[in-house]
Design a binder for this molecule. Structure first.
Ligand SMILES: NC(=O)C1=CN([C@@H]2O[C@H](COP(=O)(O)OP(=O)(O)OC[C@H]3O[C@@H](n4cnc5c(N)ncnc54)[C@H](OP(=O)(O)O)[C@@H]3O)[C@@H](O)[C@H]2O)C=CC1
Ligand SMILES: O=C1O[C@H](COP(=O)(O)O)[C@@H](O)[C@H](O)[C@H]1O
Length: 296
């Protein structure tokens, strides 16, 4: 699915050749037809907060799955973890390996070799200069003439403004090279309405809207998305799913582990801002919404 000028374009690939190069070339010819920027050449994915819970449990495993399916090519992608914790490249790789259970050992080793680690703070130029050097050295050695840079902020929102400022000052894709700079920020977006608005204007001063991506992974969960199908494509439930027949709704969120090293984040935000006002209310909304509100 591609988004262009506010319209959704469904891209369906058929055929028997499912190799990575065939996918890439079909995608590139489609991108050319649609006049989208060509997605090839040097791609650097920087995971900021690489020492943390989200990075090890979800971000790096998701990148591994893209790699395994051929969407990230060894010769084209370079992944850099960044955080304050003092770690070596192998130290970070060891943390990630533990979360790639059941995957092919050969594939995992190939993937882990794409990953480097840079340590630095979130508000001083020194670390980000080091990060920029790591990215630029790779781009020069790759020699593809392109520079696509994706920054994923697996960090508490309190540091988004300073991190974005550092990216803007030290790490932008050079305009002399073909490419782009994009920034992905995680929920929660601020602590309350005022801080969310302030964050929006701070990020808006640094990046164009099409460079910013705000993520909430619950909306992408199959089970959550299937709530609408369960309700509206089901002749049994459809007529009964209303206030006359439903007595109460209970949303249960269970995890069998504790804060697990996330004290720094939870101390600032707490569990209500972490999951209730976003993930669980979204599930509640999809359970109870009606009419156009459900799909808008
Ligand atoms: N954990 C999860 O499954 C998910 C988390 N998220 C979101 O991801 C973000 C990060 O969450 P998570 O990874 O769980 O949290 P962590 O506490 O693990 O934080 C990630 C990293 O950020 C740095 N950090 C932590 N606290 C602070 C602080 N107060 N100031 C500066 N740096 C800090 C630490 O790195 P270092 O000290 O090395 O710099 C830490 O390793 C949050 O916005 C959360 O909502 C979203 C979806 C799922
Ligand atoms: O956003 C978050 O979600 C995870 C739970 O996600 P799940 O996909 O494993 O259900 C939660 O552990 C974390 O605290 C929170 O930030």
């Amino acid at each position: 699915v591609l988004l262009k000028e506010g319209k959704i374009i469904l891209f369906v690939m058929a055929g028997t050749d499912s190799s990575a190069s065939s996918r890439q070339s079909s995608f590139n010819s489609l991108a050319k037809d649609l006049e989208l920027p060509l997605e090839q050449g040097c791609l650097t994915i920087v995971v900021l907060g690489a020492s943390g819970d989200l990075a090890k449990k979800k971000t790096f495993p998701a990148l591994y799955h893209l790699f395994e399916q051929g969407f990230l090519q060894s010769g084209e992608v370079h992944i850099v973890g960044y955080a304050r914790t003092n770690l070596s490249d192998d130290g970070l790789r060891g943390r990630i390996r533990a979360y790639l259970k059941g995957a092919s050992e050969e594939h995992v080793s190939e993937f882990l070799q794409l990953i480097k680690y840079v340590s630095g703070s979130y508000d001083s130029g020194e670390g980000f200069e080091k990060l920029n050097k790591e990215i630029s050295d790779y781009e020069m050695s790759n020699n593809s003439g392109s520079s696509r840079r994706l920054f994923y902020l697996a960090l508490p929102p309190s540091v988004y403004p300073s991190v974005c400022k550092m990216i803007r000052t030290y790490c932008m894709s050079p305009t002399s090279r073909f490419g782009w700079t994009r920034v992905i920020v995680e929920k929660p977006f601020g602590r309350d309405l005022d801080s969310a608005e302030e964050l929006s204007s701070q990020l808006g001063e640094l990046f164009e809207e099409d460079q910013l991506y705000r993520i909430d992974h619950y909306l992408g969960k199959e089970l959550v998305q299937n709530l609408l199908v369960l309700r509206f494509a089901n002749r049994l439930f459809l007529p009964l799913w209303n206030r006359d027949n439903v007595d109460n709704i209970q949303i249960v969120f269970r995890e069998d582990f504790g804060t697990d090293g996330r004290g720094g984040y939870f101390d600032q935000y707490g569990i209500i801002r972490d999951i209730i006002q976003n993930h669980l209310l979204q599930a509640g909304f999809l359970f109870g919404c009606n009419g156009k509100a459900c799909i808008s």
